[in-house]
Design a protein around this ligand. Structure first.
Ligand code: SF4
Length: 378
């Protein structure tokens, strides 16, 4: 840490295999904004480094707008986690710089083992990943051998390696419905809100790991309802990692990509949005004539988590993207996954992709059905 960053404490829930849950503390070191001159210098150096290192920048919708714009300006991508990994796999660049959180770097490496995958901050975590450690999750799975293990994309490579299926986007409902038809009982991890949503929709027998996203878990239904009354014409867009009481108030429920599509397609001028406020950049960029309002997080139990912005996503900035590029080839912030785990972690992803082909739906996240089905990666 230096004077360009400030360190903040972040509390998250860590469930255990024995149905208990503890509150743990992690941290994030959030960079300060560069001044205008430094910002321009950083951008031009990064552009030169991307060319020199045969690298491409892929950014998540929740990272700083500078990194979103730079990814697009240099031939990279701004998207959700699965699309970031898939784009990286299919792009000719041999080095991928993944601006997001660590599991996104791991997903890119699982799909592109031959490429160098760099992350600006190795300590950029995720409460879903932190709250589902592989060892305890394995124990949980071992205690329920009769259940098919289905995990969401927001998990470590080691947790994916213990899974039978990885699901994301519109395919999650179809996979769970398919497993239910086969008489399978499911063990779901790690997000309890998303899992409950799938359970309500499919009626499947699902045993849940009780993880939660620290950002989406903070949205408050009572305050959202009050805001809706203040803006009666507004449509409410909700990410399904939010509590059920918030999802219930939505006009459209879906992943980041689905929220973007809903904002473009729905006939409304004003939207209330319940997801990380990093999304506001792309929403406003794509819809300059529409108004976007952040859904309320600050209920009576408001804490420092209630800012609607992921502190780990906020760790990415121009300075650490430049640094990781300058040090490419030295091993600095390079994602490494044990080959046995990587190969095993790829199986549940391949199973999902094969199933998608069998049932005739694209393996690419389908934003139309993601809206109606309310699913998708963060
Ligand atoms: S917003 Fe939530 S799900 Fe996304 S990386 Fe942050 S903690 Fe994880």
């Amino acid at each position: 840490m230096n004077n360009l960053t400030h360190r903040i404490a972040v509390e998250y829930e860590k469930p255990s295999a024995f149905n208990s849950c503890s509150t743990e503390q992690a941290w994030a070191s959030v960079p300060s904004e560069p001044n205008a001159v430094e910002r321009e210098e950083l951008i031009s150096k990064i552009k030169a480094q991307l060319i020199e290192k045969n690298a491409v920048l892929v950014s998540h919708y929740y990272v700083h707008p500078d990194l979103q714009d730079l990814a697009e300006a240099t031939g990279g991508l701004v998207s959700d986690s699965l699309e970031m990994a898939r784009f990286g796999r299919d792009h000719p660049a041999q080095t991928l710089v993944v601006a997001g959180v660590r599991f996104m770097g791991e997903s890119a490496k699982i799909l592109s083992p031959e490429k160098r995958v760099l992350v600006p901050e190795m300590d950029a975590n995720c409460s879903l990943d932190l709250g589902c450690p592989a060892e305890e999750f394995t124990q949980f799975c071992d205690e329920h051998p009769d259940r098919t293990v289905v995990v969401y994309a927001n998990t470590s490579a080691a947790v994916k390696a213990r899974a039978d299926w990885m699901v994301t986007s519109s395919i999650a409902l179809k996979v769970v419905a398919h497993l239910k038809e086969q008489g399978k009982k499911i063990l779901w991890a790690p997000d309890r809100h998303l899992g409950s949503y799938i359970q309500r929709e499919t009626g499947a027998d699902m045993l849940m790991w009780q993880g939660a996203c620290i950002v989406h878990d903070e949205f408050k239904a009572i305050e959202l309802d009050a805001l809706k009354k203040q803006y009666p014409q507004a449509k409410v867009l909700v990410h399904p990692e939010s509590p059920a009481s918030v999802v219930k108030l939505a006009d459209a429920v879906g992943s980041t990509s689905a929220i973007l599509k809903a904002a473009r397609d729905m006939k409304a001028d004003t939207f209330i949005v319940a997801t990380d406020n990093g999304m506001m950049h792309k929403l406003r960029q794509q819809n300059p004539d529409k108004t976007f309002i952040e859904a309320p997080t600050a209920g009576q139990s408001a804490t420092c988590k209630s800012c609607a912005h992921c502190p780990w996503m906020a760790m990415n900035d121009l300075r650490n993207v430049l640094k990781v590029l300058e040090q490419a080839g030295t091993g600095y912030n390079e994602i490494q996954i044990d080959e046995h785990i990587r190969a095993r972690a790829k199986l549940p992803i391949d199973r999902m992709l094969d199933f998608a082909q069998q049932v005739g739906i694209t393996s690419k996240p389908n934003v139309d059905s993601a809206i109606t089905q309310g699913l998708g990666p963060a």
